[in-house]
Design a protein around this ligand. Structure first.
Ligand code: ATP
Ligand code: MG
Length: 418
């Protein structure tokens, strides 16, 4: 993409109504636009990051047998009444709306009920199970306080998967596979070392749920980390009795702030039974379906990654999610410079490397400041100097100084076999 064609602009002014560094930087860099508290638009570069995160999540969910769907945002009330979750006393962060004739509707905050109810059509026999269904879509929650930009929104992007198994053993096996897939996702995003599978409060069917918590000063949660076992316990279940049960030693645990980037839950047959979805076993008997749900906050992860890697110059994206791999800064408009920069842009683009081509008529200092603020992993400069010396100037986002490199070295560094 050519920056001369990008409608967004960077800004030097720190937004006064955002306290989180990630939200400030994402707005200043033109990745997101705040529409109101807890509600953001994703601008071209921000949308690219969000899509890149979603794609990693999609690959890992497909890898464990997930079927991707896109459920509706508007939901009928009756299925939520059947499970007892329509009442505002039970679920306090619903957004609801009404048809013109007065019929009440729910606005998607999660999806157990609609997805399970849909399965009346598709499940009858044991041969139809197990199945795993997921979607990547916006969720709406009337959070009391929207906080820290993308970390706690009222409209946000979530991946939610639901598993339907024939018995507890089959469920347990998938549950562990899903937990492993989650850890692979966080590793691919570059935060594997800071992420802990964490014992948290469960529901009616299980004593615990499993949260995935990333250590961070901006986190809302307090967890107790066992560094040797690489697990943690959420403060909400942190009692002597539970520590003993888990074989954890209080003296070896370190208290930390953390951000919850995923939460997986055994559900038993609570929702499938309530909605009357069963299967028949080999003997023709009616059996309950054992469910699990697996949530992962994609937009929250974008905010977390922004927060986690940023430095005093701006954003720093891991290559796996960066909106482009290369920031190509063309200095001046001398025809030889334009020609060399255009040629490099075309060559990289043809090799499927995403490039932000800074072809704007602005000062070099401004281009360098923007390259840093946007957090693109590699910066390449084409100028009178590089053209006359037959080299390129190359720098990684966090390197102190740029280096002069040959075309061959540059292409090799960027992963192209010349
Ligand atoms: P939290 O404890 O942070 O309120 P939750 O336990 O209600 O979240 P789940 O229903 O388990 O969240 O949702 C799955 C994931 O979606 C969470 O692990 C989190 O990463 C993300 N998420 C939840 N609420 C929000 C929100 N308001 N804004 C952004 N992401 C969210
Ligand atoms: Mg949670």
């Amino acid at each position: 993409m050519r920056l001369s064609q990008l409608f967004t602009k960077t800004s030097k002014t720190v937004p006064a109504d955002e306290t989180a560094r990630s939200a400030q930087l994402l707005i200043q860099a033109g990745f997101i636009h705040k529409e109101m508290a807890g509600v953001y638009a994703y601008l071209p570069l921000g949308k690219q990051v969000l899509d890149n995160i979603a794609q990693i999540v999609r690959e890992e969910m497909n890898g464990i047998g997930g079927n991707e769907v896109s459920m509706s945002i508007l939901q009928p009330k009756d299925i939520w009444e059947k499970t007892g979750r329509w009442d505002n006393e039970k679920v306090d962060n619903w957004f609801k709306t009404k048809l013109l004739n007065g019929t009440e509707l729910g606005i998607s905050l999660t999806n157990e009920e609609p997805i399970t109810d849909m399965l009346h059509e598709f499940i009858s026999s044991y041969k139809d199970l197990p199945i795993y269904i997921y979607q990547i879509g916006n969720k709406f929650r009337n959070e009391l306080r929207a906080k820290s930009g993308l970390l706690r929104g009222r409209e946000f992007l979530m991946k939610d998967l639901y598993s339907f198994s024939r018995n507890q053993a089959e469920h347990d096996e998938f549950y562990e596979k899903a937990a492993e897939a989650y850890m692979r996702i966080y590793s691919r995003l570059g935060i594997g070392d800071s992420t802990y599978r964490t014992y948290a409060s469960g529901g009616i069917f299980s004593q615990f749920s499993d949260e995935f918590q990333v250590l961070s000063d901006v986190g809302e949660d307090t967890i107790y980390v066992d560094e040797n076992r690489r697990i943690a316990v959420n403060k909400e279940v942190f009692t002597d009795e539970i520590l003993t049960q888990l074989g954890l030693n209080r003296d070896e645990l370190v208290e930390q702030r953390a951000v919850e980037v995923g939460n997986i839950f055994p559900l038993g047959s609570k929702y499938s039974d309530a909605l009357g979805v069963y299967f028949t076993d080999e003997q023709g008997g009616q059996q309950s379906i054992i469910m699990g749900c697996y949530g992962l906050g994609i937009s929250r992860l974008m905010g977390l990654l922004a927060e986690h890697f940023a430095d005093d110059k701006g954003l720093v994206w891991p290559e796996a999610v960066a909106p482009a791999k290369v920031y190509l800064a063309r200095l001046g408009d001398n025809p030889d410079v334009v020609k060399q920069a255009d040629e490099l842009y075309n060559l990289l683009t043809a090799a499927d490397i995403q490039v932000l081509y800074d072809d704007r008529d602005v000062r070099p200092g401004e281009k360098f400041a923007d390259a840093d603020l946007l957090g693109i992993p590699h910066r390449v400069v084409v100028s009178d100097k590089t053209v006359s010396s037959g080299t390129y100037e190359w720098k990684r986002r966090k390197a102190q100084a740029a280096e002069q490199v040959s075309a061959e070295q540059l292409l090799k560094t960027l992963g192209i076999d010349a």
